[in-house]
Design a protein around this ligand. Structure first.
Ligand SMILES: [Zn+2]
Ligand SMILES: [Zn+2]
Length: 464
């Protein structure tokens, strides 16, 4: 039996692009199932996509989001089930709001939108099944390989939570993060799909109109409605988001900062001038296909070098940003992060990443160490060293293809490049006060990145 039937129409144009437009409506008591549909037309203008997505709030707060492409967004909610991206549960009566997030409205063409809401009191037949959280048995101090960035059908990927977990196991990953765009609806199922072999790290990708960031180790929805600035005093900023994530014990990572942006990849490039890198200390510089260009990885690497040279002690990561089986095929090469952590747990993996105790690789093993007669540092560490004191920098590589090029980079400049193959090791000498940081990269004979370490920092010059 229908309890309500509401139709809302409005015509938008490009002046409404990059806004969050609220539409409120009242749901009567005794509604047990709610069907909502946001539709608009045209989808394509001159080959570019209009992108409008819903975020839904019930009277108690955030209820879900559907950040995916398409001109028709259908949502069905009941106590026992929900469209991916949204939370199942009771349908409380009162004021609900659908916020229409206008990621992109192409200029020149008016855009009529329609929101249809149908409430019914059909009692759902399915039984609610609480997902059981699986604890991964900690394995102690060691190297752990995994992925910090991936999506499911809870946002815009084609596969489900179980498929992402199966993919992680096929790739023999020790850990894998779920970071759907602006939704945490998949996390209960994700957490339940962990095991002793696979640590499932929870999070989301804070996907704004002006750049993306990973919020890992955080299970609640993050209000991502921020502008790049200038800001008035009471306005929410990206810096507030970063602080919120860290205050909850999570890890904030600027994602693919030099990706292509509008209109090809709407909002994908990092435009937050006060977060260059501002309070951020971790940057995903290698994203998606390791040899591709869409993600702008060489640009992100150059940006990170700039920030390191300004004295920021950054940790550098990679992420597959996998969106499903189609995404993983077609001769793409992926890399993973290899993290030295005290144990295989969400807290310790994220802590080690924050400390820069990792390298990223599409194949080769790669380690970097530095030492004086007094002290030792691994990747991510600071080596305290007085002026002129000799520093031994050493690197170890493994499984390098023929004619791989290993570069020793000091303060952003390649100090030495050598051809390497298979397994080996090398050493260089520096003197205290001569350099701020160094790291090592391995590229193939054509120059494509195969692996990079995190930097080791020297002396007290860094901003911290
Ligand atoms: Zn992204
Ligand atoms: Zn992503």
């Amino acid at each position: 039996m229908e309890t309500c039937h509401i139709n809302i129409t409005r015509t938008l144009d490009s002046s409404h692009s990059k806004q969050n437009i609220p539409f409120s409506f009242t749901i009567p008591p005794d509604t047990t199932q709610l069907a909502l549909c946001l539709s608009f037309s045209p989808w394509l203008v001159d080959g570019h996509r209009n992108m409008l997505t819903p975020t839904l709030f019930d009277p108690n707060g955030w209820r879900g989001a559907g950040p995916r492409q398409g001109a028709r967004h259908e949502i069905v909610l009941s106590r026992a089930s929900a469209t991916p991206g949204y939370l199942s549960g009771d349908i409380p009566p009162g004021e609900w709001t659908m916020v229409v997030d206008t990621h992109m409205i192409m200029p020149g063409v008016p855009l009529p939108i329609e929101i249809e809401i149908v409430g019914t009191d059909e009692t759902a037949r399915e039984k609610t099944q609480a997902a059981e959280i699986r604890k991964t048995a900690p394995r102690g101090r060691g190297w752990y390989r995994g992925d910090l960035h991936g999506h499911t059908d809870h946002s815009d990927a084609t596969w489900q939570v179980a498929d992402l977990a199966a993919w992680a196991r096929e790739n023999k990953l020790d850990f894998c993060a779920l970071s759907d765009h602006n939704t945490v609806a998949g996390l209960a199922a994700w957490e339940a799909s962990g095991s002793d072999e696979l640590l499932t790290i929870c999070g989301s990708e804070v996907t704004t109109f002006y750049g993306h960031a990973l919020a890992l180790g955080v299970r609640n929805w993050i209000d991502w409605h921020v502008r790049p600035g200038p800001h008035n005093q009471n306005e929410r900023t990206m810096n507030h988001i970063a602080q919120e994530v860290e205050a909850q014990g999570g890890l904030f990572i600027i994602a693919h900062p030099r990706s292509v942006g509008d209109p090809d990849c709407t909002g994908c490039d990092w435009q937050f001038e006060s977060m260059m890198p501002g309070s951020a200390r971790v940057v995903e510089i290698w994203n998606e296909n390791w040899t591709g260009h869409m993600a702008g990885n060489e640009g992100s690497l150059a940006l990170a070098f700039e920030w390191l040279n300004q004295g920021y002690r950054l940790a550098l990561t990679s992420g597959t940003d996998t969106h499903g089986p189609e995404h993983n095929q077609s001769a793409k090469i992926f890399g993973f992060d290899v993290v030295y952590a005290d144990e295989l747990s969400e807290r310790e993996i994220l802590r080690a990443v924050r400390q820069g105790h990792l390298y990223s690789s599409a194949g080769p093993g790669l380690e970097l160490n530095a030492a004086t007669s007094q002290a030792h540092a691994m990747m991510g560490d600071v080596l305290d060293v007085a002026a002129d004191v000799p520093i031994q920098v050493s690197t170890v590589w493994a499984d390098c293809p023929r004619d791989a090029q290993l570069a020793w980079i000091v303060d952003g400049v390649a100090r030495e490049t050598r051809s390497v193959e298979g397994n080996g090791s090398g050493a260089w000498e520096l003197r205290g006060g001569q350099a701020g940081w160094c790291l090592v990269t391995v590229r193939d004979a054509q120059g494509a990145m195969l692996a990079f370490t995190n930097p080791i920092f020297f002396d007290g010059r860094a901003n911290g």
